[in-house]
Ligand binder design. Structure first.
Ligand SMILES: [Mg+2]
Length: 221
């Protein structure tokens, strides 16, 4: 009887333990995800992965510029946030939360640093006599002055054009961004490289090559 009781108790206990440890289900735990992003940034892997893409873009742009046909008007398109300007410190100060009011204050403060590799590429493109067109989902008129101020403050004032979204635009970023590139090509510019951190910066064509830098923080369509 004692053995049967002990066995019964064991089964109950085992069942209870099992009930307390359910199988892992659902999405990745949010704290784990944030820790992984922090490690990616702090280890230097983010910067290394980022620079690898920028260096590839630079090699292509230099190669392509060297065999430019006479009269060919070459252009490079770059995105701004998480491509030229680095918002990591703001994003991490809020533990990766996106708070529109705080984001707005951050953008208006015009203090985002430039990614060093992107800045070097920007300057190299201009040195090669290639047009540099910035296409950003930041809207105008509201964000034009602060965006220009931020770029100039980082030594990035020599863009050819800064194309922003109208505040009234409600469509997909990818659609408008590719339409803007199409209109540049229609004007006779040849876009040899398009560089951004989101698929929506790059999809839809109108560029000889596209380069996607990593963005561990957010995804926009
Ligand atoms: Mg971006």
């Amino acid at each position: 009887v004692k053995i049967r009781l002990a066995f019964f108790a064991f089964c109950l206990l085992a069942g209870a333990c099992r009930a307390q440890v359910p199988a892992e289900r659902g999405p990745q735990n949010l704290s784990d995800a944030k820790n992984a992003v922090s490690r990616y940034c702090d280890s230097g892997d983010y910067r290394r992965d980022f620079e690898k893409v920028i260096f590839e873009a630079r090699a292509w742009i230099e190669e392509r510029a060297a065999r430019r046909s006479p009269g060919e008007r070459l252009a490079v398109v770059m995105d701004i946030d998480e491509t030229l300007l680095d918002n990591t410190s703001h994003i991490r100060s809020l533990d990766y939360a996106y708070l529109p009011v705080e984001w707005d204050k951050w953008v208006m403060a015009a203090k985002a640093p430039a990614y060093a590799a992107s800045k070097a590429l920007f300057l190299r493109v201009r040195e090669l006599g290639i047009e540099l067109v910035l296409i950003t989902g930041r809207t105008e008129p509201k964000y034009r002055a602060c965006t220009q101020e931020n770029l100039r403050g980082q030594g990035l004032g020599a863009w050819s054009r800064l194309l922003m979204f109208p505040a009234t635009y409600r469509g997909k970023a990818a659609v408008l961004k590719s339409e803007l590139r199409a209109s540049l090509e229609k004007e006779g510019l040849r876009i040899i490289a398009n560089i951004g951190d989101q698929e929506s910066d790059l999809s839809g064509g109108y560029s000889e090559r596209s380069y996607k830098v990593p963005d561990p923080f957010y995804r926009s369509n």
